[in-house]
Ligand binder design. Sequence first.
Ligand SMILES: [Zn+2]
Length: 504
Amino acid sequence: MLLCVALTLAVAGTAPVAQGPSPAPITIVSPQGRRSLTVTTVNGGDYLSLDDVAAALGLTLRDDRVTGTTTVAAGGRSAVLTPERNVVSAQGRLVSLAAPPLRQDGRLVVTPEFVTRVVGVLLDRRVDFRRAGRLFVIGDLRVPRVVVRGEFAASAAQVTFEIAPATEPTVTRTGSELVVTFAADAVDAAVPTVPANPLLQGIRQGDGASLVLATGPRFQSHRATVQPIDAGTTRLVIDLLAAGAETLTPAAPAPPPPAPPAAGAGDPGPAPSLPPPGGFRTIVIDPGHGGEANGTEGPGGTLEKTVTLQVSRRLKALLEGRLGLRVILTREDDRTLDQDARAAIGNNNRADLFVSIHANAAVRPTVKGAEVYYLSVDRASLESRRAIQQPDEPLPQLGGGTRAIELILWETAQLRHLEQSATFAALIESALRGKVEMSPRPVQQAPFRVLVGANMPAVLVEIGYLSNPDEEKALTSAAHQDKVALAVFEAIAAFRGRLEKPAQ
Ligand SMILES: [Zn+2]
């Protein structure tokens, strides 16, 4: 039996609440350097000593005993606050705060909001509070947001860093630690807690813009891969390998994609290795974007999330009505859904095929045509696939303990299906051709996140360019949406036909 498991470390929206009396400090990052500030909890909220803030940022404070006010000044600018009052006068403007400055053990304390809204005015600079990483960023500094996830088994572990805006990381090993340094002034990262495992003991903030991985007793070597995800995001994947795992991973090039099937009817081309016939039942269709994610927007205001849902519904009706297949949409309505959750819906339903529907955009309005994608992989992913192909390894559970199962890491789930994904992509291309405009590069490979974790043949179809006014108009029409849905339907029927054809 095949089980697909992804252990994803939850990165909380805010830093974890510290155990014990003192909450985690907040760091000020400015062109002058870094300064860590002690945090006090008052009424359940974070407060900072105004003296500390003033010392860190070069502000002067003056108490007026007669009026009970305090004046905060910097470079000829000033603000006047009164303890217990939510309204502060900054450069003559009234700033209303969610929580007032307070007197606490004889000292004035203020909230992070006071620093961003009042101190920002005094410094005449942008002050950002990054809640997850507990950072103030003063002025125009490069402070990328880094989301850290990890997956762990006995002989391999993988830690993924998604870095936005795109920033170059470097990984160096010093003794038992791996230091990830980002080409930036600081890093805004919520560092997750690592479950007990023999390869990685923990992750913590390092000096400057760095994160430190403390390796465990079985750790022997690592491999780091950097790949751009899109213009705004870089992904760094670090594979941690146990002693002995190294010898299992000879370098191998990516498998060549199979030849596309001949366009003519009657010649199905060479069939890839096939599952037993009769097993093709469930299809997951993924309408791209949704909810808060509009996707791309056409010049006439058409949203990608709307078109993808409409086409997906038409495709579902065709598949159910004509082939009697079980069809699941990853979303039935306008809702937000992350990329991994979409693939997980395919995996949890043991889908035989996964089709993600999107519409494209380009800077030049003349760019047009449909494109079909399947996953591109780098060599390191293939190597890590070999490293983890050891069935029945005990797998640490999030709740503690271990369980022996066949392990497929999320990052490598799609690898075993690539050949069939390429075949399916070629079938969609030939079904679309003649019905709709095709891009000059109709079949491509790309590292789309939504395809990575899908444990079945999976493709992503960009059904046209919403940025092209003619295609935008076509994509909103029922007739054109039907054409697209019918082409994908025909490709699915052809793909099923190949699988169910008895092997020679
Ligand atoms: Zn899209």
